[in-house]
Design a protein around this ligand. Structure first.
Ligand SMILES: [Zn+2]
Length: 42
């Protein structure tokens, strides 16, 4: 049986390509930018 939590835990941390911040959530939603860099007001 596959352990989903272990699967995600083993995924490499994704970093923002703009500022280098590590992104923990929404890794697949905003491409390679963190929330700060992807903020529409910036
Ligand atoms: Zn960023």
């Amino acid at each position: 049986m596959m352990n989903v939590i272990e699967f995600f835990r083993n995924l490499p941390k994704k970093k923002c390509h703009n500022c280098g911040n590590v992104m923990y959530e929404k890794a697949d939603c905003y491409g390679n930018l963190c929330d700060e860099c992807d903020h529409p007001a910036r």
